[in-house]
Design a protein around this ligand. Structure first.
Ligand code: G6P
Length: 367
């Protein structure tokens, strides 16, 4: 097994480090000669022909990809997106129409709730698109169209590289749809493609900071609670960062839309409670900073996660992690890496079974 782990102590760490390669492989498949290539799927979906509403349905981390994707798709393509947990979607009698597109995101392609949600749409002859990692899996076989992620096999229960490749496919779709809808100019299209292609190298750079995160995480190994806050796409990042922390480190953590803190959660802040403020969205930067100030004034310990250049975050945060600059729509791909590392290192500091956390399964094939 040591060989399978490629010199890393755990599969999760190996897979965290495989993200730049998984990203390159996925991008290489869908961006060819500086243009997006969606020849694997029908032109109707590739061009969003006649589609007026998109549903993204998934579980766990794949659902968090959907949360990030909704902001990006709405921004670029101007088509409304609703994101649903598969376990909710399948029982809430969704009002589907022929002009809808249902996207199911799943690493394994076997998650029972996601499969049931897909079948519900297929039975009503609604166009469906699956974003799946495992070739020939049930969701891949049953969906009308499928786009594969090229993450390779993922062993650790907590997903990292599959999540990252799912995001990339959503970026590619959003940019292509933006062009198809005439909301993105040719020039902007090429700029965004270059930006997507630059992400793997920036992921590599983000990984170089891991020792600093290890040191910081070890200080919080005994934490009882943590909060992750952000707005917009930063809220989506918060949700995945928080999930990573709780699933492998057993630390109670919550993600909150930063503006919602004052409606209850702020009462939980005590002296030293760690709150991670995520600030990758320039338009929302000041707003989230002011929420971080509110937490700090109640004794909270503040970590800031933002792009290089935003150095005034240090006026508020006790500890800051910087990520390379990118288009804000794509920031999740970089910001998630320090949060995956934090979850990992807290788990290791506590001596837990990182790759096989208690009570969790890699793929939940029963309801
Ligand atoms: C399990 C895994 C999660 C994953 C979720 C959805 O809970 O532990 O990491 O996000 O299932 O799995 P899927 O295979 O559908 O992406």
């Amino acid at each position: 097994q040591a060989a399978e782990k490629g010199g890393f102590e755990h599969f999760m760490m190996k897979e965290i480090h495989e993200q730049p390669k998984a990203a390159r492989d996925t991008i290489g498949h869908y961006i060819v000669d500086e243009a997006i290539n969606l020849s694997d799927i029908s032109t109707q979906i590739a061009q969003l022909d006649g589609i007026e509403q998109i549903y993204i349905v998934a579980c766990g981390s794949a659902y968090h990809v959907g949360i990030a994707a909704q902001y990006i798709i709405e921004d670029f393509a101007g088509v409304p997106v609703r994101v649903d947990l598969a376990s909710e979607f399948r029982y809430r009698k969704p009002l589907l129409k022929k002009s809808d597109l249902v996207i199911v995101i799943s690493q394994s392609g076997e998650t029972a709730d996601s499969l049931a949600a897909l079948r519900l749409a297929v039975d009503q002859e609604i166009p469906t698109l699956a974003i799946v990692n495992v070739l020939g899996s049930s969701i891949a076989r049953e969906a009308g169209d499928v786009l594969y992620t090229y993450a390779g096999p993922e062993i650790a229960v907590a997903t990292t590289k599959a999540y990252s490749t799912q995001l990339l496919i959503c970026y590619v779709l959003a940019v292509e749809w933006g062009l198809a809808k005439g909301r993105i100019s040719d020039e902007e299209y090429h700029r965004l493609i270059k930006e997507i292609e630059s992400l793997p190298a920036k992921m590599d750079r983000t990984l170089e900071d891991k020792e600093r995160i290890q040191w910081f995480a070890s200080k919080f190994a005994n934490a009882h609670d943590m909060f992750f806050i952000g707005r917009g796409i930063d809220y989506a990042i918060s949700m995945e960062g928080s999930l990573k922390m709780k699933e492998i480190s057993y630390v109670h953590s919550e993600a909150y839309a930063a503006g919602e803190l004052k409606h209850g959660t702020i009462s939980l802040i005590e002296d030293g409670t760690l709150t991670v403020g995520i600030l990758t969205q320039p338009d929302l930067y000041e707003k989230t900073i002011s929420n971080m100030v509110e937490v700090k004034s109640r004794g909270g310990y503040i970590m800031g996660l933002t792009s290089y250049g935003n150095y005034n975050v240090e006026d508020t945060a006790h500890f800051t992690v910087y990520i390379p600059k990118t288009d804000p729509h794509f920031a999740t791909s970089l910001a998630i890496i320090p949060l995956q590392l934090m979850g990992y290192y807290v788990s290791v500091s506590k001596g837990l079974d990182v790759d096989k956390p208690r009570n969790l399964a890699k793929s939940v094939t029963v309801e």
